[in-house]
Design a protein around this ligand. Structure first.
Ligand code: C5P
Length: 221
């Protein structure tokens, strides 16, 4: 039986932590699409290529060999898992991710990666575009202040010096660009199950999603 699970949600909603736990629990391949957009942005920023230079951006993205090793993202042989989480990347990634041609390249790569495997994929357009036919789709939300608080604590724990208000502004700005872009704007798929995680722990959300997956497996075995 093939299972594919799509998890979409706004910035810092806890998608990757939750998807990672569920991937281990149900033996699914985890594909973090946000990290792919982040890697594309980081590599362009390193080359000082602005998001407005669409041709140059696409040339760089086409030259990238991306693959996941468990939950690590390797790009052209370099482990970028930590580098892509830097606040400079967070501040700029949405401008790159709004480029239609760049999205086309990454969506194709994501669909190829998913192939015929049992996957869990998280992002902004998974339920609406990348895995449109996924039988299990979730839309994870939480208030902007709660998401900013979680992200602030996560970065502080890693020793990255940030201000809470800067994080809040960044995620509000990113949500705005992501949901107002022309190409695959971030919206809830009609058939996605919405989970508001405000006030819930990571493990409570994992339990809710796991319940739906267990039911699906039971019904399709
Ligand atoms: O998931 P994460 O917050 O790391 O994603 C970083 C950015 O990548 C998002 O703010 C969005 O601009 C872009 N993204 C996207 N489509 C996806 C995943 C991420 O546009 N499927």
């Amino acid at each position: 039986m093939n299972i594919s699970v799509a998890i979409d949600g706004p910035a810092a909603a806890g998608k990757s932590t939750i998807a990672n736990i569920i991937a281990h629990k149900f033996n699914l391949m985890y594909i973090n699409t946000g990290s792919m957009y982040r890697a594309a942005a980081l590599l362009c920023m390193r080359e000082r290529v602005c998001y407005k230079d669409v041709d140059k951006v696409c040339e760089i993205v086409k030259s990238l060999k991306m693959h996941f090793e468990k939950d690590r993202l390797i790009v052209n042989g370099e482990d970028l898992t930590e580098g892509i989480k830097h606040p400079d990347v967070s501040n700029n990634v949405s401008n790159y991710a709004a480029i239609f041609k760049l999205r086309k390249l990454l969506v194709k790569l994501q669909q190829d990666m998913a192939g015929n495997f049992n996957v869990i994929m998280d992002g902004r357009d998974i339920g609406t575009v990348v895995l449109k036919n996924a039988p299990l789709k979730f839309f994870l939300t939480a208030s902007a202040s709660e998401r900013a608080k979680r992200r602030y604590l996560e970065l502080k724990k890693k020793g990255i010096d940030v201000e809470y208000n800067e994080i809040l502004d960044e995620i509000i700005k990113r949500d705005y660009i992501d949901s107002h872009r022309e190409s695959s704007p971030f919206i809830k798929a009609e058939d996605a199950i919405e989970i508001n995680s405000s006030g819930l722990s990571i493990y409570q959300v994992v339990e809710i999603i796991s319940g739906y997956i267990r039911n699906y497996i039971k019904e399709h075995n």
